[in-house]
Design a protein around this ligand. Sequence first.
Ligand code: AMP
Length: 733
Amino acid sequence: MLLPAMAIVRVRAHTVCRAGFFRSVLQTPACSKCPPHSFTRVQGSVACTCEEGYYRRDSDPPNMACTRPPSAPRNAISNVNETSVFLEWAVPEETGGRKDVSYNILCRKISVDSRHYEECDSTVRFLPQRNSLRNNSVMVADLLAHTNYTFEVEAVNGVSELINPGRQFVSLNVTTNQAAPSPVSVVRKGNSGKNSISVLWQEPDRPNGIILEYEIKYFEKDQETSYTIIKCKETELLADGLKPSSVYIFQIRARTSAGYGGFSRRFEFKTSPYFCSTPTVAASSDRSQVPIVAVAITVGVILLALVTGLLLSGRRCGYSKAKQEPDEEKIHFHNGHIMYPGVRTYIDPHTYEDPNQAVHEFAKEIDVSCITIERVIGAGEFGEVCSGPLRLPGKKEFPVAIKTLKAGYTERQRRDFLGEASIMGQFDHPNIIHLEGVVTKTKPVMIITEYMENGSLDTFLKKNDGQFTVIQLVGMLRGMASGMRYLSDIGYVHRDLAARNILVNSNLVCKVSDFGLSRVLEDDAEAAYTTRGGKIPIRWTAPEAIAFRKFTSASDVWSYGIAMWEVMSYGERPYWEMSNQDVIKAVEESYRLPGPMDCPVVLYHLMMACWQKDRNSRPKFEEIVCLLDKLIRNPSSLKALVNSSHRVSNLVEPGSLREASGYQSIEEWLNGIKMGRYVELFMDSGYTSVEVVSHMTVDDLRRVGVNLAGHQKKIINSIQEMRVSLVNNTIPI
Ligand code: AMP
């Protein structure tokens, strides 16, 4: 069977192909016409020769047309986003007759002396790849900021390598934008002691500018809600005031004029056990030098000891004080934190010549098409406050609050309105209202924040009078204190802390809001002009801030005490209907608000501590958070409630209450406060004169037969008001 086949082969091998035809030895014995772009001028060819400018790869079959390299890609465009560039192009007009066209990217950047271009270094990333791209686009990332680059997009195919030179490319010149630094990636531990850890790190791989400072965040492992933030210019830090034998998490980020880069990953370092002795900052010894001065006429010694004990137990919770004047900027040690002299951690947007730059440094621009306004939820100083969903690309939609700037605003109003966003955008804390971004490119200008379902705290409490457990109320106070601790740590003084400026979400989480520049107090209906010209919410403000504008975190602590009082009395107005002038005088004469009804004594004493005349003796927010945490862990400490004797102990003993109150009889008084229904019960129980009534307690009211909590509160408050009038009558004006 084999012989005849061999014979056929031999017979056909004798056929000689004419010019223009070829017969490959490996192929069928018939002659084939030379494929396109090839020729042969002789007979008996086994292959055809490619025309000039056309090529054949070794791997191309002889019957395939000769091909040539493609022409350059067309219509190339670039799209710069900070330090990334997206390059896109159209396929070459001429593919050279092949299907294996691909693209290579050549990257060059201008040299440091700006004289010539040099190859990009290997840190530049190409997505999906740099060479042999089959798609018509590529993303180039991790370029340097503010730098000129040239990209050549070269088209190649299977025969490109056969010609040399003759690259076919299109070139694009690109300048990258300002960009934040890349994350710090190398962090290591230096020496550690039982109370301290030294941390060292390297500059980020891509600083993208001059690093102005680093921000170091650290906290005890699993205690993330309580953390410390420190700013410094060096690449090392000694974190002090730590617990022995404990693991701490450190994260570091760098800041350039373009803003903050991302935080580094979390680095875990441990302090030494107790037996390792390392010198630490003398906090505990200082502590004993700090007297806790309670307002003498107010606080029962035993109960004060309870508060003091709670405040002092535990190093981080103790009253601690730097050796310097606490208000000085040069505090090196403060509540267990190291502070770097002169370094302000919060950046005042006023320091920017162009307020728009500040907004865009700290707030993200949101496209208006991502926002749907559904309803109006409040009225702000600059326009309506609305709510609705925010739909950001690639994210699930979520509800937000939308503050709008009303039409016809002045340039100053626009700047002040957006100033709040420049401030809010610098904060990042679960008890500070979170800024989502701003809309400035279209009108109306908007500030977008997280949505707080229960609105402002004062209104919320009034609506839910008596509805919460003490622990729930303490939880709210804790949230407020934690937000304030964060603000004071980074050097921001709020100046207008009050329940109306706290927002509450659906989980009862309280967040500090209402940040502003000079206008901070101008939009507060409570703010009144002082003799020195400024506008101040008198009832919430510390005496030194009213008298000589000494606004500090210590004056915020005073306001916090008043806000505490508002919470514990379910939104009662501090000092009731007293005039601002009377409040100033009463406070100056050591009068303090009485404990709200049913308020745990320990909380009232904390309020009183916040209202100490000497601002340096007031507790720090750090200490307040610690105390509240302890109370939450130990609810029995909240059982002792303020009773009448405490409620009146801070008041000057009445001389003639009747005169001071302006009421001549019980009947007149009770009718005056719309409680006339109890006149008979009062009389029957022996409360026949205003003087006698002035000593009544809530228990006495119950015994008389006033059982409704709302009525008890109204009557007790009226008694307090009578006392306040008395105090004012006795204060020399
Ligand atoms: P403001 O201008 O910040 O004082 O806001 C005015 C009012 O709008 C507040 O008293 C709240 O009732 C409401 N409001 C402001 N921001 C929010 C928010 N993020 N979530 C819910 N309500 C808000």
